[in-house]
Design a protein around this ligand. Structure first.
Ligand code: ZN
Ligand code: ZN
Length: 213
């Protein structure tokens, strides 16, 4: 059986922009055939007790839940340096900081950083992105989101080039804000993922591939 995780999901519980009721998530992920999924709310990770309850429900269905977060970064003049998925941390990252500082902080605390939709085009701009864009080449990232609903062929080509140069894997995530989007892009793992440690280690080792399902 394919080991597929949706690495990028927002729920209405903690992301105001999402329509997904978390109570519906586990069932939908199961019907999408997922081995698990990650919650990546904007600017915060789920509180441990609450996350634990949802994780237990998922475990009953044979799925693994990962508690992540999606963090926006800013330069000194408050311009965005792109969004990043963060895993393996035990706290929410609430302090505004530049992308390089975020990567440094997360690594110090034993986590991993994945550039979220680095080449998602911003309105009206050919080289303006709602993501890190070419900045990915200057960062010590652990992976880059390759398959994302807003990444067309041109964006994926740019991501693949960065993956090759940086020797890091490309992941997939639906960035779901509506329930039926869950599982539309996934990360396939080559080896079994039984817990968060496996999850982090396998991404670090590059044993993952982003695919559109
Ligand atoms: Zn985002
Ligand atoms: Zn997102």
């Amino acid at each position: 059986m394919m080991i597929a995780f949706d690495l990028h999901i927002h729920t209405r519980r903690y992301s105001g922009c999402s329509f997904i009721e978390y109570e519906d998530l586990v069932g939908q992920a199961a019907s999408a055939g997922l081995s698990g999924f990650a919650l990546t709310e904007h600017g915060m990770r789920w509180p441990d007790a609450e996350f634990g309850r949802l994780r237990d429900i998922a475990a009953e269905r044979g799925m693994l839940l990962i508690n992540g977060q999606e963090i926006n970064t800013f330069d000194a003049s408050h311009r965005s340096e792109g969004e990043f998925l963060v895993f393996g941390l035990s706290r929410s990252l609430t302090k505004e900081c530049p992308a390089a500082e975020l990567v440094h902080t997360v690594h110090e605390e034993g986590g991993i950083v994945i550039a979220a939709h680095p080449y998602k085009l911003a309105r009206g701009g050919k080289s303006h992105y709602y993501g890190a864009g070419d900045r990915v080449n200057q960062l010590k990232l652990d992976a880059i989101e390759l398959c994302h609903p807003d990444h067309g062929e041109a964006a994926m080509k740019k991501v693949r080039r960065a993956m090759e140069e940086l020797k890091i894997p490309g992941t997939g995530g639906s960035d779901a804000h509506k329930i039926l989007q869950v599982g539309s892009c996934v990360t396939v793992f080559e080896n079994p993922v039984r817990n968060e440690d496996d999850f982090i280690r396998e991404i670090r080792a590059g044993n993952v591939t982003g695919v559109r399902s």
